[in-house]
Design a protein around this ligand. Sequence first.
Ligand SMILES: [Zn+2]
Length: 543
Amino acid sequence: MTVFDLLLHGGTVVDGTGSPGRRADVGVLGDRILAIDDLSAVDTGGVTHVIDATGLVVTPGFVDPHGHSDGSLFVDGGLVSHLLQGYTTQLSGNCGETLAPITDAGREIIALALRPNQLVARWRTFGEYLDAVAEERLGLNVAFLVGQGTIRGSVMGSEAGAATEDERRAMLREVDAALDAGAFGLSSGLIYAPGIHAAADELVALVTTAARRGGLYATHMRNESAGLFESLEESIATARSARDNGADGVRLQVSHLKCGARAVWGRAGEAIAVLEAARADGLDVAADQYPYTAAATTLATILPPSLLALGVEDCVAALSDHEARNRVVAEMKQGISGWENVATDPGWEGLRISFAPSHPDWAGRSLADLGEEMDVDPAELAMDALIDDQLDVSVVIDCMDETDVQAIMAVPWIAVCTDAQARRPGHPILDAGRPHPRTYGSTARVLGTYVRERGALALETAVAKLTGVPAARLGLRDRGVLREGAFADLVAFDPAAVADDATYEQPSRHPIGIEHVVVNGRPAVRAGQETGERAGVLLRRTG
Ligand SMILES: [Zn+2]
């Protein structure tokens, strides 16, 4: 009789493909699933870990296709806010911003990215960064994209101009080097400096290089508000151009798809239709989404691109200049073609500080509210906050409509993501401020609110959107689907109880009902508690 190292018995297996659940036990040997069957005849005497999953749904470990734990994993490799949501794999390096490569030209930009987690980089190349990650004791598996913005910054600094032929070649070498080292592809964040300055053909060249080698292209689009449809077209055109350049298998991932301003509320169906049309045309396009009506980002996105092109120090200096400030306020009011300007939609009442290091008491309060209390124009207050913390201020933005969130949620091929860095409640660095509740609650919110309470989608569909769909996007062959021979990344949750507990007011709360999590065959969460196992590994893309 076969002996297992770990046996999960009595649960309903939902395998991550979208197929209906079925009663089955799961037997694990080493880091692999050995059997999915009726294993009630197995003598459990020799099994190290026997987990009773009666009444629970057993699924593949959840895969977060859009995360930002690039820095936080060095503060705490446990990645507990993700682990206790059932995540066993997270893809970071999104939105164009990574912590490598580091060069003299890009040092100031990287310093801004390192600051929230108080890190000192002990790497320069992307390969050295991945090696540093691999040395950490990780609670779950991690994988990375390389950021287009970071690459541009490493070659050109904050400069806004077009890249010269030499500069472009240098950027392409960095993409190649990152993919050689094991990056899963390229990300862009086209609202952030310096990535925002890239011209279309520069972007196409980078995407082509990544895609020729099978890398994913994930984009935080230039505009998710009034310019949503132009941005969808731009993203699709970029992928098409890469295909025309010989990257036949180019794969586009639209990051955190949303209708992010009143100007486009109610148009989620049209946005989905645009992507469906590209898919029908043979382009490999997909998307992901976090299940909330608020976004979260850096307050510096209120600044016009011309100001961000100055770099951090000079930008802060310019913000202290009276005339420059007046010009910024005027540009915010008028708007600039193509620029996503959250200062006008949703406006200051919809912009809440999540963390301003110099003003810890501002966390959770809107700029409108703070401005009123201090009798200061919110625009002036925002610029002062940016000066005080050298642009390192984060905000939560109320910018979506629930109808759109739910319409996107119902689409089977759109994965669920967190768009968050992993945190830990009570930790001096990782629990600073008031982060977006998606950090702690995304998976449970989908399973509790959208599946059980609202019936917005079937449980099997939701599980696939948390597992098989994102795993396929990353090209993970042996994860994301429960089958014999696959890696033993598993979750067992209570479908009747699973719920997010994290709110905008009190975000640092783990979900309830996610009982057991197994990472690479080892029990990382038992009865909703961390076991202390650190069984996660760095995944490097191969082939
Ligand atoms: Zn983003």
